[in-house]
Design a protein around this ligand. Structure first.
Ligand code: UFG
Length: 328
């Protein structure tokens, strides 16, 4: 029997694909998700789904004990940069306060390992790219700040109560598996929106600003295949078993601008993607590109699907096989 893992937010985009890959790798998995954003149908047969909030200490403690959980992978969070600037208090409540309660429940149940979904958003506007983990952290949006605060809580919790943690700073997740893909409501992410335009569901895409200090004036991001991202969690669990805590970037080390993505989506789908330039979106750094060499050295992880076209192709296949997204 593999070890037992609680996946919070396991019915969300990255969470569901991680659950899929954990079960394939022989882990026993239990999902905790309040289904505010997640989709229950992503949870595979045989994987228990506990519907509830990570901030519910009694429920989480009971779940950890009942399923004899060895480690927690904590995805559950609000994760939209733009929304975080409109609803700061909700972001601190969900991403910081509820997260701290999850740690309290872990202490109560005697669970001492956690993998945390952090973000490139902790860095803010980078001084140099590719960004290393030692780069100064000065978030320029509320979302990034909530992730940084939780990393600090993890650091102190680790020092004072002996938990081991791995914090994974994701750059921009993209792509899908055959079963699971990206279905946010409303959708705000670039690649799914480009594909909605390609599919004729939206008339056009708005490029949020073309006056950034980048080669074509649009924002540059580092897109990382969601399957690779998920596999990094399995590598992180192995590191925790060796008693290693740490903070790691997860990206490809390649920057793509908004216009690069539109062109790649046009090429993969063979469809036109009309776009126009609109104003900048609040809280967007100009360039976020990762150095993931630390994850390579210490976790033994490296991206297996580094090609942007492959990620967009996987996402496009999923969109075509799920024209209305998930049912629920
Ligand atoms: N963009 C547009 N038009 C759109 C949507 C997005 O121009 O209709 C631009 C954004 O301004 C940004 C880029 O495309 O420059 C990517 O935007 P996304 O919304 O797809 O992703 P973000 O970079 O804002 O954020 C994502 C995740 C965060 C994570 C971050 C890490 O949503 O959780 O990547 O880089 F922190």
């Amino acid at each position: 029997m593999g070890s037992s893992v609680l996946v919070t937010g396991g019915a969300g985009y990255i969470g569901s694909i991680t659950v899929e890959r954990l079960t394939q790798a022989g882990f026993r998995v239990v999902v905790l998700d309040d289904l505010s954003k997640g989709h229950g149908e992503t949870v595979p047969d045989g994987v228990p789904l506990v519907v509830g909030n990570v901030g519910d200490v009694d429920l989480v403690t009971e779940t950890l004990k009942a399923h004899e959980v060895d480690a927690v992978i904590h995805f559950a969070a609000m994760s939209l940069v733009g929304e975080s600037m409109e609803r700061p208090a909700d972001y601190y409540e969900n991403n910081v306060v509820a997260g701290a309660r999850l740690l309290a429940a872990m202490v109560e149940a005697g669970v001492d390992k956690i993998v945390f979904s952090s973000s490139a958003g902790v860095y803010g506007e980078p001084e140099q790219v590719p960004i290393r983990e030692s780069h100064r952290t000065e978030p320029v949006n509320v979302y990034g700040d909530t992730k940084l605060i939780f990393e600090r809580i993890l650091g102190w919790q680790s020092e004072m109560s002996g938990i081991e943690y791995v914090s994974l700073r994701y750059f921009n997740a993209a792509g899908a598996t055959e079963r699971c893909g990206e279905d946010h409501r409303p959708e705000s992410h670039l690649i799914p929106i480009a594909l909605e335009v390609a599919a004729g569901k939206r008339p056009e895409l708005t490029v949020f600003g073309d006056d950034y200090d980048t080669p074509d004036g649009t924002c540059v991001r580092d897109y990382i295949d969601v399957r690779d991202l998920s596999d990094a969690h399995i590598a992180a669990l192995a590191a925790l078993d060796r008693g290693c805590s740490g903070i790691y970037n997860l990206g490809n080390g390649e920057g793509s601008s908004v216009l690069d993505i539109i062109e790649a989506a046009r090429s993969v789908t063979g469809r036109e993607i009309p776009w126009r330039v609109g104003p900048r979106r609040e809280g967007d750094p100009a360039r976020l590109v990762a150095s993931s060499s630390l994850a390579e050295q210490e976790l033994g992880w490296r991206p297996e699907h580094p090609e942007l076209a492959d990620m967009i192709d996987a996402a496009w296949r999923w969109v075509q096989s799920h024209p209305d997204g998930y049912a629920g």
